[in-house]
Design a protein around this ligand. Structure first.
Ligand SMILES: Cc1cc2nc3c(=O)[nH]c(=O)nc-3n(C[C@H](O)[C@H](O)[C@H](O)COP(=O)(O)O)c2cc1C
Length: 211
């Protein structure tokens, strides 16, 4: 066993239930802007956790592609492992690990497919290679080898040219938050944790959690 004892103290900032924005999306947006200003690499990369209908969890990184009062958006293959999970069990968790600024944000809620028009609009704005890639990859399925994947890519590239339509099995999800927790590292492991819980309408209930 290799035991790991490295640890460090956190002390860059603090968070108070009396100072946070009453709206979690506005609070998220302000932390997101600070993460960008701090020069974090891909602060929009988040861990998406899902669970199968039988309760088996899985997690992976996806990119946040938009956030507003309705929720958090990401795009993927609906037939992938995560897509299959979400079709049978729509509850999802998003986790932003903004380590360099000693912050973490956890979003829990229900995921639903975005309207097709929104997925079309996002897909159309992607670079051609990634649009072809969306056709070539049966995401999460076993593929014989790298060559097989590249052959499929070449086939779709020559079939579509520059005019690549969105595959019907590819699109976005909206995660509608039911709770959003903001974590700020503090000295002595007495971290600040502020959780917003949806009460079925405004306002959000804001509570401090024990670290
Ligand atoms: C930085 C980063 C960003 C990623 N962004 C996405 C994404 O936006 N959508 C996506 O489907 N997969 C994305 N992936 C790949 C996923 O982590 C994952 O491998 C893939 O979606 C298959 O997951 P699944 O088998 O659990 O469905 C990203 C991976 C990394 C490391």
């Amino acid at each position: 066993m290799r035991s790991i004892t490295a640890r460090r103290e956190y002390g860059l900032g603090s968070l108070s239930e009396h100072e946070v924005d009453p709206d979690p999306i506005r609070q998220f947006s302000s932390w997101f802007a600070e993460a960008e200003r701090a020069g974090l690499d891909e602060p929009y990369a988040m861990t998406l956790a899902t669970a199968s209908a039988g309760g088996r969890p899985s997690a992976r990184v996806v990119l946040l592609r938009g956030v507003d009062g309705r929720g958090f958006r990401f795009f993927t293959n609906y037939r992938s492992h995560k897509g299959r999970d979400l079709e049978s069990n729509p509850f999802a968790c998003l986790l932003f690990d903004w380590h360099e600024v000693e912050r973490q944000v956890r979003v829990e809620g229900r995921a639903e497919r975005l309207p097709e028009a929104e997925s079309d609009a996002y897909f159309a704005g992607r670079p051609a290679e990634t649009r072809i890639g969306a056709w070539a990859s049966d995401q999460s399925e076993v593929v014989a080898d790298r060559q097989a994947l590249e052959r499929r890519y070449a086939e779709f590239a020559s079939r579509f040219g520059d005019d690549v339509p969105r595959p019907p099995h590819w699109g976005g999800y909206l995660v509608i938050p039911e709770s959003v927790e903001f974590w700020q590292g503090r000295p002595g492991r007495l971290h600040d944790r502020i959780r917003y819980a949806a009460e079925g309408g405004d306002p959000w209930r804001i509570e401090r959690l024990s670290p």
